[in-house]
Design a protein around this ligand. Structure first.
Ligand code: ZN
Length: 436
């Protein structure tokens, strides 16, 4: 789920048609210019852009950051930055995640995130949501490294494909974050589009219920967390920010993504030609064609192994190892380790509270169901007593009624509620008696 193909976001019809059009014309012109520059570059008709890295390795990138010339870093991340947190790969059928869903006879594992399937059967998704619920997992050193970049005033924006919200759990502010595939933070009714909070969904999910709309006339319609399903467009925020962000970016740091998912993967080609790019991943992918015609057709890519590479750096390994090494080289290692330690301790505390809450929600649900049964029996009792009551003046009949009612209903009530009911009736008759 963390990585999947999506269409470009579709701008909402009514919302400011004009600015969107002007923006796209501007974008087209800039794109044309970018392609022309790339063409000239690869044919040797234009001087190579200024080489900003001393060496094409991590040290080169670290020196560039230390030099102070780089203040607008964009980080891009995929599932790889969360694997060490224990978040299973959604695409792998052998994670155990899908085993739990087998009772639903899904046509294929990805159907859980298929919007068409969700309309028909939301249950498997919410079961999965409970297992993946934000709060159960801890951010990784890589997440805290991104947060540290923000603290140092170096992070322009973080683009993530992940829906685990570990970036914000690590303390990254919403303003610095673009969740390209959405998140659990908010939710909307599928029909009336009323917005719901994460707390609202959380309560339902942990009680094992399907969240439903509470708008009058819209009851029973499903409320879906705002994560992007297959067949849905990307969040508006992505479309709004991506153009200017990548134009301004002065260092692109890509981590833990195989760069096969569009439009996310093509973001790497949106920076200016001189902007250095570093890729931290287990496998070396994302190398583009060197032939200029292919480039025009398929877009550029990394040039790690090309003779004319002047800006692309590949570091092979896990995202955590890469970030820890980078932090060490930048002189931030102890700071990073301290953040990881203290924040993880905090999360452990919160997780305990969440677990307790989940348990109490479940027992509340059971209690509610019990009470429902009690209410029914109480109504029956009241009806019986009303029917048996002969026509008399209300003032008189009120006192004996409450007196006789209490022991009667206590027969059907559980012992605890019965004691509550019996203690109530004497006090209420007291006030009545005082009045008269
Ligand atoms: Zn609704």
């Amino acid at each position: 789920m963390a990585e999947k193909s999506e269409k470009e976001p579709v701008p909402e019809e009514e919302e400011a048609k004009k600015p969107v059009k002007e923006e796209s014309e501007k974008e087209v012109a800039e794109r044309r210019e970018w392609l022309m520059d790339m063409m000239k570059l690869s044919l040797g008709f234009a001087p190579t852009p200024e080489k900003l890295l001393d060496t094409l390795d991590m040290d080169g990138v670290v020196n560039y950051i230390k030099s102070g010339k780089c203040k607008k870093i964009i980080t891009m991340a995929g599932a790889g930055i969360s694997t060490s947190a224990g978040i299973p790969d959604f695409r792998s059928p052998n994670t155990g995640l899908y085993d739990n869903l087998q009772k639903y006879n899904l046509p294929h594992p990805q159907a859980v995130f298929d919007i068409g399937y969700f309309w028909k059967n939301p249950e498997p998704f919410f079961l999965l949501a409970k297992e993946l619920w934000p709060g159960v997992f801890k951010p990784t050193p890589c997440h805290y490294f991104i947060k540290l970049l923000a603290d140092k005033g170096l992070l322009h924006r973080h683009y993530t494909q992940n829906i685990d919200t570990l970036e914000s759990r690590a303390g990254l502010e919403a303003d610095k974050l673009v969740e390209a595939h959405g998140s659990f933070r908010t939710a909307h009714c599928l029909i009336c589009e009323k917005e719901y909070s994460q707390d609202f969904i959380e309560e339902k999910v942990f009680a094992g219920e399907i969240p439903r709309c509470n708008e009058p006339g819209c009851e029973d319609n499903i409320v879906k967390p705002d994560i992007v399903f297959f067949g849905e467009s990307l969040p508006k925020r992505f479309g709004e920010l991506v153009h200017d962000d990548f134009k301004e970016c002065d260092l692109l740091l890509i981590m833990g993504t195989s760069l096969v998912v569009q439009p996310f993967a093509s973001l790497m080609n949106r920076t200016q030609h001189h902007c250095p790019r570093m890729y931290i991943n287990l496998e070396k992918t994302g190398s583009g064609p060197s032939n200029p015609i292919s480039m025009l057709m398929f877009g550029g890519g990394f040039k790690f192994d090309d003779e004319d590479n002047y800006r692309d750096v590949f570091w092979q390994g896990t995202c955590d190892d890469g970030c820890l090494l980078m932090a060490e080289k930048l002189g931030w290692k102890e700071e990073l380790q301290e953040i990881v330690k203290t924040d993880h301790a905090k999360i452990d505390e919160n997780a305990k509270a969440l677990k307790a809450r989940s348990k109490s929600l479940e027992s509340d649900k059971e209690e509610k169901q019990e009470e429902k049964g009690e209410v029914v029996s109480k109504v029956v009792e009241t009806k019986k007593s009303t029917l048996g009551k002969s026509e008399s003046d209300t003032e008189k009949s009120n006192i004996p009624k409450s007196k006789t009612n209490a022991p009667k209903s206590s027969v059907t009530k559980s012992s605890s509620t019965a004691s509550r009911a019996t203690s109530k009736s004497p006090s209420s008759s007291k006030t009545k008696l005082k009045k008269s």
